[in-house]
Design a protein around this ligand. Structure first.
Ligand code: URA
Length: 209
């Protein structure tokens, strides 16, 4: 069985393993090879408009993995997730639970920028999801934080709103997953930051921080 906490304690998955959800057995089993496997990716039509593939960044042994939606303009140009205004807020959210950006891992559901920052299409999500699932398998975080509805919907296979999903711990393949508002949404709706803070405290507690 693949999933384990950093402590080495095995978790019995109550849902299919991520690898089973990928229906793709051939993906590499370390982050650098996985990044290499994505080079020149033409699996979906986001390839046509991208400058850089935004694979993910951070500590390969991170205890917490943050999952966003997909790169925006700044991320596309830099090849790194969450480097714009939403990224600045995410960094503050990470700092609020006593961590630095370098201590966690940050990835997105889709690795290439959707044009005009539109929502990723279902077929684009499905093309890219095996790579996120394999990242999760490799990193084995103690807790996952889904930022916004696209990350939550893709991982939890639900259509429920972020408001319904937040505030509790979900099970993702035997790993705890906390949903909170996307930082871009929090920039538009600062009054929701209070709820996001509750979610972050839950995330930190769930990860044993
Ligand atoms: N929003 C996201 O969901 N991901 C990024 O990398 C940047 C903004």
């Amino acid at each position: 069985m693949r999933f384990a906490h950093q402590s080495g304690a095995w978790i019995v998955p109550s849902r299919p393993r991520a690898a089973e959800a990928t229906a793709e057995k051939g993906l590499p089993e370390d982050l650098e090879s996985l990044r290499f496997a994505l080079e020149g990716c033409q699996r979906c039509n986001l390839a046509a408009g991208r400058t850089n593939i935004v694979f993910g960044v951070g500590n390969p042994s991170a205890e917490i993995l943050f999952v966003g939606e997909g790169p925006g303009e700044n991320e596309d140009l830099r090849g790194e997730p969450f480097v714009g205004r939403a990224g600045e807020l995410l960094n503050k959210m990470i700092a609020a639970i006593g961590l630095a950006r370098e201590k966690v891992y940050i990835a997105n559901v889709v690795k290439c920028r959707p044009p005009q920052n539109r929502d990723p299409a279902e077929e684009e999500i499905q093309s890219c999801l095996p790579f996120l699932l394999r990242q999760i398998e490799i990193i084995k975080p103690k807790a996952i934080c889904a930022l916004g509805r696209h990350a939550a919907h893709s991982l939890l296979k639900t259509k429920a709103s972020t408001g319904e999903l937040r505030g509790k711990t979900h099970d993702f393949c035997g790993m705890p997953l906390v949903v909170t508002y996307h930082p871009a949404y929090l920039l538009r709706s600062p009054l929701e930051k209070r709820k996001a803070w509750e979610d972050l405290k839950l995330l930190a507690k769930t990860a044993g921080l």
